[in-house]
Design a protein around this ligand. Structure first.
Ligand code: PXL
Length: 276
């Protein structure tokens, strides 16, 4: 069985980061070890959330695993708790990455044109150092703009997206995938660039947006890659699964806060992996 180490926070309630990555990756038949970057009572869109930063645990965990000769097929980073943590995450890569370890970086730090509340304006430059190491990175458009110092636009064309992708690869990422891309009113999906060519995949655009769907998308891409799908197949799987999660959640008005009911759509993931 393939083994992934996922480095992101535990938001105790709110279906995001590790409370999504663990069940989704496990359901896909892949082991998911975790390195919690912080423990929060909820994600940071709730007010008055609690947070304990676990920066001081990252390297002790890496050192112990190294002494046990643990091998990871992928290291998948998401929400990091502070800019101080970035250096330790990069050291974690140096310690734990083998030649065949995929570095998958979701620079989860912003959406809808704004940084998440816990981060200051100097955070994106630190996150860019993590993105620079990625084999695959999956920012949304806001994150890509912050990482590359580009102007954020809500209305854009294909040239704008291609330029952002090129800038992400220029940062050092081998392959960049922009999420939340839409060129037609009722279609939403991803566009990617691997340094040579572009690829894209779109499905229906749901009318509502929900918290944590980016984390569901990333976990599904990681799980799919570990199960042997190509990157393009993995992106299709992740777009379709994320949409399915939204479809099964639409009737719940509180879901924007508590995340999508991804649990109810897990059978779809298993069904699509059945014959792999
Ligand atoms: O879904 C991304 C995410 C992860 N972790 C925490 C967050 C967010 C988004 O707001 O606050 C703690």
């Amino acid at each position: 069985m393939k083994r992934v180490a996922s480095i992101q926070d535990i938001s105790c309630l709110g279906r995001c980061s590790l409370t999504v990555a663990l069940p989704v990756i496990s359901a896909m038949g892949v082991e998911c070890a975790i390195v919690p970057t912080a423990v929060l009572s909820t994600h940071t869109m709730f007010k008055d959330f609690t947070c304990v930063d676990l920066t001081d645990q990252i390297l002790p965990i890496a050192n112990h695993w190294k002494s046990e000769d643990i091998h990871f097929d992928a290291i998948y980073t998401g929400y990091l708790a502070s800019k101080e943590q970035v250096g330790d995450v990069l050291t974690f890569f140096d310690e734990m990455k083998s030649d065949d370890t995929l570095l998958f970086v979701d620079p989860a730090m912003a959406d809808h044109g704004r940084l998440y509340p816990a981060f200051g304006p100097d955070f994106p430059a630190e996150m860019a150092k993590v993105v620079a190491r990625a084999d695959v990175t999956v920012p949304n458009i806001t994150e890509a703009c912050l990482l590359t110092g580009s102007e954020y636009r809500e209305v854009y064309n294909e040239d704008y997206i291609k330029e952002l992708l090129q800038k992400l690869v220029a940062l050092g990422a081998k392959k960049a995938i922009l999420t939340g891309v839409s060129f037609e009113e009722d279609r939403l999906g991803v566009m990617g660039y691997d340094g040579c060519g572009y690829f894209s995949y779109f499905n229906e655009k749901a009318p509502m947006s929900y918290h944590g769907t980016g984390d569901i998308f990333s976990a599904t891409v990681v799980g799919s890659l570990m199960r042997g799908l190509t990157l393009e197949e993995a992106l299709q799987m992740a777009v379709d699964y994320t949409l399915q999660c939204i479809r099964v959640t639409r009737s719940d008005p509180a879901a924007t806060w508590y995340g999508v009911e991804f649990e109810r759509a897990i059978p779809m993931l298993c069904e699509r992996l059945k014959n792999r």
